[in-house]
Design a protein around this ligand. Structure first.
Ligand SMILES: NC(=O)c1ccc[n+]([C@@H]2O[C@H](COP(=O)([O-])OP(=O)(O)OC[C@H]3O[C@@H](n4cnc5c(N)ncnc54)[C@H](OP(=O)(O)O)[C@@H]3O)[C@@H](O)[C@H]2O)c1
Length: 279
């Protein structure tokens, strides 16, 4: 199968490249294919004619999107439309990644694949618009929502990015005071596990539709920070706090729990975290 990975240099892209390496995927980042450039991205995709496209390209700066909603929409909605149209023209299947931020986080029991989105932030709105455009495009798609991603270094010559786990470790090692939000709940997900789940989804040829792929269990950002430091044997004081004490432009969902009702369960988040920290 001829596979194209868009956003191959990003955090998830890194693990997708590894997961699909036996297929020798074609790897494109923004430099090669800017998905906001309708004409050029379409020409490139049509010429390559892949059977499967995995779109891990996105505008992912949640805070930044509040000031740059137009850019977030251009990449996360118009860009997705461009890729989806090209996929439809060549009959390719498109795997597209979305987020728990499409939901308002008011349901403590979480969100099913068919729950109604109601985004609270500019980033969430842009990702939701991307979902709508994907579904309307008429291409064969797998829309995979996930949450609280962490993973290894981006590749393709780019410097290592930041994720929550690495930031907590760096701050603790620098003996900076640690105060972490304890009233937002989520399912931290290791990009390696997500990439594996996407591979299983694609190869099992399940029907087109929306899927939730997250590590099992749930915690708060404080719980995740605590578990990280414990697994790393770093003994520093860490204080829980309320979201209201943490000024931010973007409103984040309080219960961003995606329920996985359709895919084989991923492992528990604590097991995945241990694996990440040992790797
Ligand atoms: N991170 C999370 O916690 C999280 C949670 C839920 C869902 N998601 C979703 O998961 C997916 C992957 O996220 P991630 O954290 O791996 O993202 P990431 O590390 O920020 O990577 C995104 C990639 O997209 C590329 N990109 C940006 N604009 C582009 C454009 N116009 N054309 C082509 N490529 C472009 C970026 O390239 P440059 O480096 O050149 O900008 C980067 O390589 C995204 O769809 C995101 O919305 C993420």
């Amino acid at each position: 199968m001829k596979i194209l990975i868009l956003g191959a240099g990003g955090m998830l892209g890194h693990d997708l490249v590894h997961e699909f390496k036996d297929f020798k995927p074609i790897l494109w980042d923004r430099d090669k294919c800017d998905i906001t450039d309708e004409k050029k991205s379409s020409e490139l995709i049509l010429e390559l004619a892949p059977e499967l496209i995995i779109n891990a390209a996105a505008y992912t700066d949640v805070e930044g999107a509040e000031d740059n909603e137009q850019l977030a929409n251009l990449i996360n909605a118009q860009g997705v439309k461009n890729v989806a149209q090209a996929a439809r023209e060549i009959g390719a299947t498109l795997v597209h990644i979305s987020t728990e931020y499409v939901f308002d986080g008011k349901q403590s029991f979480g969100y099913d694949e068919d729950s109604k989105p109601n985004p609270l932030s500019a980033y969430g709105r842009s990702k939701y618009q991307g979902e709508v455009k994907l579904i309307q495009s008429g291409c064969k798609y797998y829309l995979v929502r996930t949450s609280w991603l962490y993973g290894k270094a981006p590749q393709m010559g780019k410097p290592r990015g930041k994720n929550f786990i690495d930031t907590i470790i760096a701050k603790a090692e620098a003996e900076e005071p640690l105060k972490v939000v304890d009233d937002q709940y989520g399912r931290p997900t290791y990009t390696r596990d997500l990439a594996r789940s996407i591979r299983e989804l694609v190869l099992s040829k399940l029907e087109s539709g929306i899927y939730h792929a997250v590590n099992e269990g749930e915690t708060t950002w404080y719980g995740l920070a605590q578990a990280t430091l414990k697994l790393r044997n770093i003994d520093v004081k860490i204080e829980p706090c309320a979201s209201s004490e943490y000024p931010s432009k973007a409103i984040r969902p309080q219960y961003s729990l995606l329920n996985n009702n359709k895919l084989p369960q991923l492992r528990d988040w604590q097991v995945a975290l241990k694996d990440y920290l040992n790797s």
